[in-house]
Ligand binder design. Structure first.
Ligand SMILES: *[C@@H]1O[C@H](CO)[C@@H](O)[C@H](O)[C@H]1NC(C)=O
Ligand SMILES: *[C@@H]1O[C@H](CO)[C@@H](O)[C@H](O)[C@H]1NC(C)=O
Ligand SMILES: *[C@@H]1O[C@H](CO)[C@@H](O)[C@H](O)[C@H]1NC(C)=O
Length: 427
């Protein structure tokens, strides 16, 4: 404990000193930048009426509070919500209403049809930003196991609006199915080898298995610097040596003293999306922050961020996660669709009555934190950086990616552990 504190203290000193050297004698410039007083660009719509945020936050909390103790959780609320809407449109009765309830927003509430339109539009706007603000790979498929034929109308509609493909599973056993899922996920992640599923997937005859895969690499508005030889300690649930990258500039920031968390929003190149980081003041596991997090609190934080001079240090790290979501979705009230007798997917397959049900919901997601900025024409204003506030992310944090145009939540996750050479100096 003592040595850990000391280590952390000396790291803070290390980063603090260069910040002063660079900035010379502008020591008493105000925290707020002059840019903040000029008209700031329009903000994306609030998360409160957004089905991807409603689902994402509840699901994140359900996963994180389950006893399976997830590490480096990552999910794409937008991708999952879109696929669930598509399945919802192919269902009836309580199957349909339970699927819709997962996406229910507080105020203002959207009808199922509005939610569908919104999500479909958000997917399209992200696809357009692909290659500029970020590199994105994504894939959504509903697999079916020995099921009655899926209606062509359903396949066409869900594919064109939500990018949801359909693929039958082979006749083989659970092991063969697993192989098919993994090959699909690897292709969907652009060749990335994902962690194996934690639980066995037993697909009965008539099962639909929904699978989403997404790989995301954001490109910053302005590049970070970082020497690969310069390794620092990341104080996650294990202590590891990682490469840190640094940048001093103007970013939207807010500090919640009561909840002891820093909120930082960083625009990506071309302004089509942004990354939001939630970093506890002190080294701790994310258990406390996971618990206090609500949609209202998050919305509040995002509204309160203002342009601030920041000295930011982030680990070069990946968050990669493989999830089977049946348990978490059940905890959120999804019960009927899993039931072989009660599920009603008559819109997916006209011959489905009493046969087709939801077998599993599988989710692969991966996020890369890199130093690179995007390339191309932008006229970036000069940054008038005053004495910066420190944002030194050498311990666990929560990360969100939102589409700047629609406001939809593309990714939500936690970095509990950064891959790297292990240190034995642990708490
Ligand atoms: C993004 O662009 C890359 C490269 O052109 C492409 O391979 C990928 O499929 C695109 N992703 C999406 C979601 O369209
Ligand atoms: C977000 O989008 C709005 C509207 O499209 C745009 O005016 C604004 O500049 C964008 N924000 C950032 C940070 O680029
Ligand atoms: C993150 O993943 C990418 C792609 O798999 C890999 O090239 C890179 O080395 C990884 N970065 C770290 C810090 O592990």
């Amino acid at each position: 404990m003592g040595s850990a504190m000391l280590l952390r203290f000396s790291i803070s000193l290390l980063i603090f000193v260069p910040a002063f050297l660079v900035l010379g004698d502008t020591t008493d410039s105000p925290k707020k930048s002059p840019a903040a007083s000029t008209s700031s660009p329009p903000r994306p719509p609030s998360p409160l009426g957004d089905p991807s945020w409603a689902l994402g936050l509840r699901l994140y909390k359900a996963i994180r509070s389950s006893d399976s103790g997830s590490v480096n959780t990552l999910l794409s609320p937008l991708l999952l919500a879109s696929s669930l809407v598509a399945l919802g449109e192919g269902s009836a009765g309580s199957t349909s209403s339970q699927l819709q309830d997962l996406l229910k927003t507080s105020v203002p509430s959207k009808s199922a049809a509005q939610a569908g339109e919104f999500l479909s539009g958000a997917l399209k706007s992200l696809t357009e930003a692909n290659g500029t603000s970020f590199h994105l790979r994504s894939s959504s498929t509903v697999f079916s196991k020995q099921a009655p034929p899926v209606d062509l109308a359903f396949v066409k509609e869900s594919q064109s609006r939500f990018g949801l493909q359909h693929q039958p599973l082979g006749k083989g056993d659970a092991k063969a199915d697993l192989k098919q899922f993994h090959a699909w996920a690897k292709a969907g992640l652009g060749g990335l080898e994902a962690a194996p599923l934690g639980t066995a997937i037993q697909a009965n005859a008539g099962a639909l298995i929904l699978a989403n895969a997404l790989h995301f690499k954001g490109l910053w508005e302005r590049e970070f610097s970082g020497e690969s030889a310069d390794r620092r300690t990341f104080l996650g649930y294990k202590y590891t040596k990682v490469v840190m990258m640094h940048r001093t500039g103007l970013y939207r920031h807010y500090e919640d003293i009561e909840n002891m968390v820093q909120v930082l929003e960083m625009g990506l190149f071309g302004g089509k999306a942004s990354l939001v980081l939630l970093l506890p003041f002190h080294v701790e596991s994310l258990t406390r922050l996971d618990k206090v997090l609500t949609l209202e609190l998050l919305t509040n934080w995002l509204e309160k961020t203002t342009d601030t001079s920041m000295a930011i240090s982030l680990p070069k790290a990946n968050i990669t996660s493989t999830l089977s979501l049946q348990k978490a979705l059940t905890a959120l009230g999804l019960t009927v669709p899993w039931d072989q007798k009660m599920a009603d997917f008559s819109g997916v397959s006209a011959k489905s009555q009493g046969k087709v049900h939801l077998g599993s919901v599988l989710h692969w997601a991966s996020l890369e934190l890199v130093a690179k900025a995007g390339e191309g024409d932008t006229d970036l204003e000069d940054e008038n950086v005053g004495k910066p506030k420190l944002f030194y992310a050498d311990h666990s944090f929560i990360v969100l990616v939102r589409d700047n145009v629609s406001g939809a939540l593309l990714l939500m996750g936690a970095l509990d552990h950064a891959e790297g050479e292990a240190l034995h100096d642990e708490l």
